[in-house]
Design a binder for this molecule. Structure first.
Ligand code: F6P
Length: 360
């Protein structure tokens, strides 16, 4: 048996632990393993395909990033190609990929990625490529799995930032607004906000109003708590408004959301008269060493993906449905995106301890 591994989309702490576990499990069955560089680009002549052995994965479980590199703009079905005039177009290079995989003797692929990679896996499956998926995202927004590796590390990073912001905010009687990742889903903001003792949490799933946010800050002020901490997911939208867009994305990439903390900070200061500072945590949430929880989950996923290949579960994703690891058909995973349920007990818990979501 010869299998290949690919990591696609934004990186997440734990990717290397998945690769390591998959390689060690496959090698213990006597299988050959190849690593496809930069998502699927390595199979399109852009980079390379490398052999992965016990030696290549030694000691990598604790490392952030991915030894295979990754890309968020390399779908073989819409591959960005520059035109002579400097503009870009997209071409379908999937047949080339299928042929290259066949020529390399690749019998199955483990694709580690989020929704984008799952869609590519589904399309490749329709062309006869045998793919098993491992869910990856720091945003925790892949359906059918309780959580994804990388999320716990991102929440820990955001929570530690909130801890640090508390001491400086309190010293200066300031409002601090922290923007965390979460284009469409507010899991990082919610979990870090509750664990890190935020006063206001704003997420894409609950529309907020500036008046309500300021009311919370002013109530705290009136009761003698002269500082406040707001955590806002980058994709959070004010009632009736749109998510804030920042910069320009490259061809083939999703639009870049962000900048909400700065805009919100200015509005809070204007409305309340309280000095307000903002910061964007950004890609710090994606970097660094995975937490113990993420390393363990990633290792379980990597070994389970190899088992799924042995069980011929083509077109399935490994998932955590506690206490079990299961496999779920990709169509089912893609049916509905996972979002924060505004009725979820963590939201209720937050409300019960006085955290505002800016909606009431
Ligand atoms: O993949 C999830 C994510 O972390 C989003 O929350 C965020 O908007 C995006 O990645 C940023 O990715 P990029 O690396 O393209 O800036």
């Amino acid at each position: 048996m010869r299998i290949a591994i690919s990591t696609g989309g934004g990186d997440a702490p734990g990717l290397n632990a998945v690769i390591r576990a998959a390689v060690l499990s496959a090698r213990s069955r006597g299988w050959d393993v190849l690593g496809i560089k930069r998502g699927f680009a390595g199979l399109l002549g852009e980079d390379e395909v490398v052999p992965l052995t016990e030696a290549s994965v030694r000691g990598i479980a604790s490392l952030g990033g991915t030894i295979l590199r990754t890309t968020n703009r390399g779908s073989p079905f819409a591959y960005p190609v520059p035109r002579p005039d400097g503009s870009w177009t997209q071409v379908d290079r999937s047949d080339e990929l299928v042929e290259n995989a066949r020529n390399l003797g690749i019998e199955a692929i483990i694709s580690i990625g989020g929704d984008g990679s799952l869609k590519i896996a589904q399309q490749l499956g329709a062309k006869g490529v045998r793919v098993v998926c491992v869910p990856k995202t720091i945003d925790n927004d892949v359906s059918c799995t309780i959580t994804t590796f990388g999320f716990d590390t991102a929440v820990t990073t955001a929570m530690e930032a909130l801890d640090k912001l508390h001491t400086t905010a309190e010293s200066h009687d300031r409002v601090m607004v922290l923007e965390v990742m979460g284009r469409d889903a507010g899991f990082i903001a919610l979990h870090a906000g509750v664990a890190g003792d935020a006063d206001v949490i704003l997420i894409p799933e609950i529309e907020w109003e500036l008046d309500k946010v300021c009311e919370k800050i002013q109530d705290r002020d009136a009761s003698g708590k002269r500082f406040s901490i707001v955590v806002v997911a980058e994709g959070a939208r004010p009632k009736g408004g749109e998510a804030s867009i920042i910069g320009e994305s490259l061809p083939g990439q999703d639009r870049r959301v962000g900048g909400i903390a700065e805009r919100l900070g200015v509005s809070i200061q204007q409305r309340t008269g309280k000095e307000t500072r903002s910061l964007v945590l950004g890609h710090l949430q994606r970097g660094g060493s995975p937490t113990g929880y993420d390393r363990l989950l990633a290792t379980r996923f990597g070994a389970a993906a190899v088992q799924a290949i042995a069980d011929r579960k083509w077109g399935h994703m490994v998932a955590l449905q506690s206490p079990h690891l299961v496999t779920v058909p990709i169509e089912e995973v893609l049916r509905e995106p996972k979002r924060v349920d505004p009725e979820h007990d963590i939201v209720q818990t937050a409300r019960r301890i006085g955290i505002s979501f800016g909606d009431r």
